[in-house]
Ligand binder design. Structure first.
Ligand SMILES: *Cc1c(COP(=O)(O)O)cnc(C)c1O
Length: 476
């Protein structure tokens, strides 16, 4: 600390020298010390407790409400996971301690990697990336390293127009040029169209299966064939693995690189954007490029291997987001192979049940069957200039977290619903009834009320344009 402070102060004031003395509180240089009082209010313990409890009750959470946020897989997060993630045996580990003193932690990472391979059909995984988007970025760097090692100049990535925004963003970040691929009217992709836009410069095609409209790519085998014949790799965005696990494996479908959003498919509470973990998986011919460190088993001992000369390097400090890894491991072990397969089956059944209840009243652009999620286009059903955004805001008044809206971009006035496997028929029925009421009745009978909503929440509707243009980032 003394060294660091001297270093810092020598830059701003070369004559300043710090003498460390914790007892006498001169640990912090004088000029960095607070000059005025912190100004914390003095309140009774009860009042403080009530303040924070009431604040927490303003939150939407899966423990209080249904959370049908499409593309995000807001499933039930078993509380046992939290207890495990909080356990002292894992929390007291320091990433710099020697590998032989944390064999259990390394074993868990090694086992989860093997489980993810079994579930996905990939040969190797790295648990380092901190989110799905980060896994995409790491995967694309691996693809770039692969073609560099082959001395092939491949600069383009094909991304369908139904893709999540992170796909083109990651590809651009990794230095590629994006070639858009247009979806068919039913939301699927045509192998013929893929073939037409492939060139010797196409490095990879990034696909989400089932895609963001909840549609399984019927032509995936053919797409994989034409891509591979062209020397192009196939990237699998694993955000929707919740629809497939136990039934089909991306590795068997022809994918070469993928990520898994552990916080989605394998349960970690992740509202508000975190925390996450996006392990990146590859077929064996790409193993050498995976991020370091790799957890390996040598002579019955687990070691961290940093010495991989072809690796793309570290993409996150130390082991990645270990508490999320731990929750995923607990979830996989608790459910087992049959349980995971059953979760997918139930997620698909729940989504189809809901879709069947909506499809006669509200336009469904991608057909009347879906995988684990579906997209409605209520444009024609909404009256009096009421928009999807208004209907979504109105749902807040009824105590629901609003589903994803205006995504995927190819559907007009889109509303995307993912019920997940962990909701009861009663919950689904109530939500269906509420959304139908807002779209079909309220928009016709009391349009202004819907446009002004939410009316019952602690914060009323924000002026989003004003908030974006003129953000007030101070509370006082
Ligand atoms: C959630 C999601 C991502 C991004 O994943 P993060 O973990 O949020 O970074 C990418 N693609 C799709 C289809 C997604 O739903």
């Amino acid at each position: 600390m003394e060294k660091l402070l001297n270093e810092l102060s020598s830059q701003s004031n070369p004559s300043y020298e710090v003498k460390c003395d914790i007892e006498n509180d001169c640990f912090i240089p004088k000029h960095l010390k607070r000059k005025s009082d912190l100004g914390l209010p003095s309140v009774a313990e009860n009042d403080l407790l009530r303040h924070f409890t009431n604040l927490s009750r303003m939150n939407y959470a899966l423990s209080t409400t249904f959370y049908p946020l499409g593309s995000c897989t807001m499933k039930y997060n078993p509380l046992i996971n939290e207890r495990i993630a909080k356990h002292e045996a894992f929390n007291s580990i320091h990433p710099y301690q020697p590998a032989e003193t944390m064999q259990g932690v390394l074993e868990i990472m090694h086992c989860l990697e093997r489980d993810l391979c079994e579930i996905s059909g990939m040969d190797y995984f790295s648990l380092q990336p901190a989110a799905g988007a980060h896994g995409e970025f790491a995967g694309l760097l691996i693809i770039a390293a692969h073609f560099k090692s082959l001395k092939q100049k491949r600069t383009k990535i094909i991304v369908p127009d139904s893709a999540h925004g992170t796909n083109p963003a990651s590809a651009a970040f990794a230095g590629f040029e994006i070639v858009p691929l247009k979806s068919e009217p039913d939301g699927s992709l045509s192998a013929q169209k893929v073939k037409e836009i492939l060139t010797p410069e196409t490095a990879a095609i990034m696909l989400t299966v089932p895609n963001t409209l909840g549609v399984f790519e019927k032509e995936i085998a053919e797409i994989a064939k034409v891509a591979h014949e062209n020397g192009t790799l196939l990237y699998y965005d694993g955000a929707n693995l919740n629809a497939l696990m136990g039934f089909a494996r991306p590795g068997d479908l022809g994918f070469d690189v993928m990520h898994i959003n552990l916080h989605k498919t394998f349960s970690t509470p992740h509202g508000g954007g975190g925390p996450g973990s996006g392990p990146v998986g590859v077929k064996s011919f790409l193993e050498q490029f995976l991020p370091v460190p790799r957890v390996e088993k040598k002579n019955d001992k687990y070691v961290l291997d940093y010495k991989k000369t072809k690796s793309i390097g570290c993409v996150k400090s130390f082991f990645g987001n270990f508490p999320v890894i731990l929750r995923a491991y607990a979830y996989v072990k608790a459910l087992g192979g049959k349980g995971l397969k059953n979760a997918s089956a139930q997620a698909v059944l729940n989504a189809n049940y809901m879709l069947a209840k909506f499809k006669d009243k509200i336009t469904v652009p991608a057909g009347s069957r879906c995988m684990h999620e579906f997209v409605l286009s209520p444009k024609a059903a909404l009256g009096n200039g009421v928009r999807t955004l208004d209907a979504a805001k109105r749902l807040l008044d009824y105590g629901y977290y609003a589903p994803t809206v205006y995504f995927p971009l190819i559907v007009e006035e889109a509303i995307m619903i993912e019920p997940t496997e962990t909701e009861s028929k009663e919950t689904l029925d109530k939500f269906i009834e509420t959304l139908n009421k807002i779209i079909l009745e309220e928009s016709a009978d009391e349009p202004q009320r819907v446009k002004d909503s939410p009316l019952n929440t602690p914060v009323a509707r924000l002026n989003e344009v004003e908030a974006a243009r003129n953000p007030i980032l101070k509370w006082k």
